[in-house]
Design a protein. Structure first.
Length: 87
């Protein structure tokens, strides 16, 4: 599961009951979720996408990430918190 912003991604994870320890910051911020959570996400307003749209979402996020210092800080902060929790 991915989103256009960290805030949106974390809000959906909270909405569908995905523990934040499953956050994956590598390559593109996302959560790997099972089919039952995917169904909950769709019910909560998530949009299922094909591969081309997925690439477009990743491209838009990367562009935003490079331009938006606040978004970079949110990702770094959350990634650091997650690393500390796993110790």
């Amino acid at each position: 599961m991915l989103a256009d912003s960290m805030a949106e991604l974390l809000a959906m994870a909270d909405t569908i009951g995905v523990d934040r320890k499953w956050f994956q910051p590598q390559s593109h911020p996302h959560f790997d979720i099972c089919k039952s959570k995917r169904a909950l996400a769709v019910k909560a307003g998530a949009i299922e996408v094909d591969r081309l749209t997925l690439v477009d979402v990743k491209r838009r996020y990367r562009k935003k990430w490079f331009a938006d210092l606040d978004e970079r800080a949110r990702l770094a902060e959350f990634s650091n918190l997650r690393e500390k929790e796993s110790l």
